[in-house]
Structure formats: structure tokens, C-alpha cells
Design a protein around this ligand. Sequence first.
Ligand code: GUN
Ligand code: ZN
Length: 435
Amino acid sequence: DAPSHFIIRGSILHFLQDPAQYADAESFQYLEDGYLWLADGRVQATGSWQQLGDIPASVRDVAQWADHSGYLILPGLIDTHMHYVQAGMIGSFGCRLLDWLNDYTFPAEAAFADPDVARVTAKFVIDRLLAHGTTTASVFGSVHPQSVDAFMAEADRRGLRMLCGKAMMDRYCPPEVRDTAEQSGQQSADLISRWHGKGRLRYTITPRFAPTSTPEQLTIAGELYRSRPDLHVQSHLAENDKEVAWVAELFPQQQDYLGVYEHFGLTGPRTIYGHCIHLTAREQAAMAASGTAAAFCPTSNLFLGSGLFDYHGTTAAGVRVGLATDVGGGTSLNMIRTLAEAYKVSQARHQPLSPLRGWYLATLGGARALYLDEFIGNFAPGREGDFIVLKLDATPELGFRMARTRTLAERLFALTTLGDERCVAATYIMGQRVL
Ligand code: GUN
Ligand code: ZN
């Protein structure tokens, strides 16, 4: 069969490297008036509109076209850590992590024993992710396998590249959201056989965090991670000072918090840990050496009063870092707002996150943190055609400010500071418009 061709016109921006480590010319491509050419939903090439003649006439004759002139086209945004089962409890007042989990989170997640609750919520969250320009996310379900079935079924129906797993939690939580080590192993294995590798989906082994898993459960989680190729792991690490102290009490044999996950074989490629605020130099170095990634969750860290993530120090230590909403500890599904809060956190640490690096973080940086950069994250040839179209003057304030910018970096930073889902004019999945 002849491939289907699609040529999209607009201002095109995508990253090839981390702008903190490479010169502009090597770290990103910006085409003020450019084309993105897809074949069968995958990137074939990018170029300036004046060079459209580089696309063979035989292709141009049969291609489908979309004109987004004057709009900014970016790879789909990547949320490297979020809890879809917490969508109904965003903005729960007054607690820090451990009380917040007991008072709000566990009761909210208990409702996901009901598959109808899971189905309704999965559809809502996926609709909203696409409306916010997020095309890939690393997603926590509740302890109930049916919560993952609902999310995966909805993601697969829409052809999305998504990661999800059932929370494994067999202690220090109410019985409604508790499993056993053995049950969690069996349920995770069943979910892996149902969903891992189906369409663009992958399964993520999801021990909630060290305090809510027995050593037996963490052992099973580590075995699952090695049981099939390309399985992922997600959990939480060093988010809150009381949590860190509790882990030291629960696992006195381990030298530090990361040491617990290392001991059970839960570090390495395709593993990612939310927060990573209160890490020692040893933990940072060990994460870097093993390829264990961190998810930076600024709205959650501010909302729960957890602390200020050291983005510059953590990346300088060689750790892969992605950006994440951490809904419902986080306060927005929107990655543009999340980027604005990341900048504010970096300012509080006196190391402002540059606009170019920020947009790298929300796209290719996230893809690298999730080890999905062979598929998504930029417009290199062969990448999957998930992209978004942003309107840079979507609000009066944005329009007023944009009219007074001179450089790309200024425009990107105005977008970071003032932008949100109102800027997302279109979202495409594998070249198909879904918003
Ligand atoms: N640590 C363990 N579980 C959670 C959770 O659901 N949210 C956050 N922010 N931290 C956690
Ligand atoms: Zn989380």
C-alpha cells in the first residue's frame, strides 16, 4: 500500500539535545515558517516552507494538508508522573504529604473498586490531557486492577502512547486500598499480559512508595520489572522530610531512601521516581549511574509544602529529569502552567530555568526520562506524529505581551508565564487530529 502523506504548515519548534549542554544550533530546530511532513503518521522530515520543493512532487500531489500558519507546532507534551485516580480530589486543603494521603487520597482512591468510577474518570482524564496538549503520561492507577483496565482501554482506543500501572500497597493504608504481596504480583502480571505492548501502551510496575510496601512486595516488584522486556517502574522518592525519616525507621538496614529501591532491584533504565527533593549526593550519583530518572513536580511540591526541587543540581549530577503534574497533589493537568511553576521554584533556588530548557524539559527531556525518546519527544525522522498547535495570543494578556517580544526565547517565556490550555488550538495523535 502507498503511504499516506500529511504536510503541516506552521512555526515549528523541537529539541535535539538539552539546551543547557549544547549550543542553540545543535540543541533545537526552529522554523518560523516551516513544514512538518508525516508519512503514515510518522515524521518523514521538517523544513522551511520555502524549501517545500524538497518534498517530491509525487508526494505533494497526493498529500493531505493542514495550514497552521502563525501558530507554534511542538511535539506533544509529556507528563512524567500523574495519578489519574486523583482527578476528583485536586485542591484538598491544609495537609502535608502523610496526612494528605490518609485524609484525602486513600479514601478517594477507594472509589476505584467500582469499574464504572474508573471508566468515567479514565475517559474524563484522557479527554482533558489531550485538551491540555499532553499526549503521553506516566500514570498511577489505584490498587484496583480495574482502574488500570479502564485507563488502558481508553488510551488504546485512542491510539495513545501511555504508561500505567496498578499501585502495589500492602501495609500502612486502609483495607479498602490494600493488597497483599502475592495478590499484587498476580494482578500486576495479569495486567502486563493484557496491556504491555498492546498498541502503543506499556505497563509500569507501580509500588506506591517504600512505606506502603513490605519487603516481600518490593521483592516481587523487582522481579516483575525483570520479567519482560521494556517494562517500566514508577514510585515516589524523598518528597517530604517526615516521609524520609519514616523510611529510615522502616528500613534501618539501608543507607538511605534510594538504597531501599536499589536493594530490591527497582532502579535502572525505565524507572522513574516522583519528587526527589531531599536527596543526598550519594543518591543523586547513584541515580545518574544507574539511569534512574526523577520527575520534577513543582505544583505538587508547592501545594503540599514538600520543598524546592534542585533542577540544576540534579541534572548537573547527571540524573535524567522529566516534568510532571503529579495530579492530584499537583494542582493542574496543564504542563504549561507546570512549567511556569518550575521556573518559580528555580528562581527561589537562584538558578532560573531558561525558556528553551523549559520547553526541552516538557518534550524531549520527558521522553528521555521515560526512555521513550526513540518514539516521541521531537520531530526526528521516524518519530511518532504526536504534536500540538499553540496559539501564542490566545488571551488578551498573551497577545499584548507577545506584541512586545523580540526573540524566540522571549516569546517562549511569555508563553510559559501566561499560557495554559487556552493556547492549545489542536492536538494530533499519529497525525490524526483529536482536538
Ligand atoms: N507518596 C506516596 N503516594 C503519593 C501520592 O499519591 N502523591 C504524592 N504526591 N506523593 C505520594
Ligand atoms: Zn505522585
